[in-house]
Design a protein around this ligand. Structure first.
Ligand code: PMP
Length: 385
């Protein structure tokens, strides 16, 4: 195995930023208090949490009082959807066919409990069918859950345009911005979003900390009972160390997001050019006109995605597919299936995702090795036929 591994799975999780690690270590060493305690130890911990709230708000263009700090985007997505159903007469929820399981599976559960739900389809490139939406808008939809950017294809949805259309029809909009944070410009207030959910571990923060952002005038209730933290919206003693990490990550987004986006866009171009140059039978998936600057979803003709990922792992390259392991067998990605690919075709999809500390030369070299491995697997497969 090569000693220098190349990590191309940032959409699964990202390496922790140095500033994040430093902030967490400092709090771990020096802030032992409980943020709910009134004494000075408690006040210091409270200050960490409140600073993070302001940084998170600044990173997404929202107001600090609307930020509820949670244990990640899975929790936040559950919180928004379940709150809506609990507090709405005749809830009618639309979510897209390409949402993360932390939205899709909640919507499925709610549907089984009798809530009216519908799935908003996408086309072959993973673009949302806007005509479908226009037809549905007479139907008294109360909430639409739509991600800002997709974790598998990297597709970026036109959230300001969608929000405008939905607000005219009287629906609320929940946006899962987990993959968009730190990669593209997202502005909660400017886009007019009602609920936004975030996670910090995709862009250099620690795992297990996220946020639910709520528009002024709207409410979000706690998922469970047991405490008054986060003004009753997220009970449980705050994980002050992780929150300090989220603060540093959000601060990095404020300071470096533009520079990161530009650099990632150039890296992506170099990686895709090299892939095109070196590979045969390459197909890039998703909407090439609106994609995250750090994500490439690729398929190689005649090469199974899982076989490719395993061979790449041995070569020192970590990447992923959107496949889920259900009852011991690999299910192809629901996102690629929703785009109209059949199962065999969907199984060929492989996702490469990178971030600000990935080197351009590393990406170009990885593209060369990916093409080489894909060719080898294709030849082996042909020999076995
Ligand atoms: N939404 C999206 C779009 C994601 O990519 C992820 C992480 N894979 C999540 C939600 C879940 O986030 P977390 O890991 O913080 O629960």
């Amino acid at each position: 195995m090569r000693s220098q591994r190349t990590y191309l799975d940032w959409n699964a999780t990202a390496p922790v930023l140095e500033s994040v690690r430093d902030a967490m270590v400092e709090v771990l060493d020096e802030v032992p208090g409980n943020a709910s305690s009134v004494h000075q130890h408690g006040q210091k911990a409270r200050a960490v949490v409140e600073r993070a709230r302001r940084s998170i708000a600044a990173a997404v263009g929202a107001q600090p009082q609307g930020v509820v700090i949670t244990g990640g985007a899975t929790e936040s997505n559950n919180q928004v959807l379940r709150h809506h159903v609990r507090t709405t007469d005749n809830p009618r929820i639309v979510s897209t066919a390409v949402e993360h399981p932390s939205v899709i599976e909640v919507v499925e559960q709610l549907d089984q409990q009798g809530v009216n739900t519908e799935i908003w389809p996408v086309d072959r490139r993973g673009r949302l069918d806007m005509q479908w939406l226009s037809r549905r808008l007479d139907d008294e939809v109360t909430l639409v859950s739509v991600m800002w950017a997709n974790n598998e294809t990297g597709n970026v949805h036109d959230i300001p345009g969608i929000v405008e259309q939905l607000h005219e029809a009287g629906a609320l909009v929940h946006v899962d911005a987990t993959q968009a944070l730190g990669r593209i410009d997202i502005d909660f207030d400017e886009a007019g979003v009602d609920y936004m959910t975030l996670s910090f571990h995709k862009m250099g923060g620690p795992k297990g900390v996220g946020a639910t952002v709520v528009r002024e005038g709207l409410k979000v209730s706690a998922l469970y009972a047991g405490g008054h933290q986060e003004r009753g919206r997220r009970p449980g003693t705050e994980n002050v160390v992780a929150v300090a990490g989220a603060d540093a990550a959000a601060e990095a987004v404020v300071q470096r997001r533009e520079q990161w986006s530009e650099m990632l866009r150039e890296h992506r171009r170099a990686f895709v050019d090299a892939l095109h140059q070196e590979s045969s039978g390459l197909e890039l998936r998703g909407d090439r006109d609106a994609q995250l600057p750090n994500t490439v979803n690729a398929a190689f003709e005649g090469v199974d995605g899982e076989d490719l990922l395993m061979a790449l792992d041995l070569e020192g390259i970590s990447a992923s597919s959107g496949s889920a392991c259900t009852a011991g067998s690999l299910e192809p990605s629901h996102v690629i299936l929703a785009m109209g690919y059949d199962e065999a075709d969907a199984r060929r999809s492989v996702r490469f995702s990178f971030g600000p500390t990935t080197k351009r030369e590393e990406l170009v070299e990885a593209a060369r090795r990916i093409a080489e491995v894909a060719d080898r697997l294709r030849q082996m497969d042909a020999q076995w036929r």
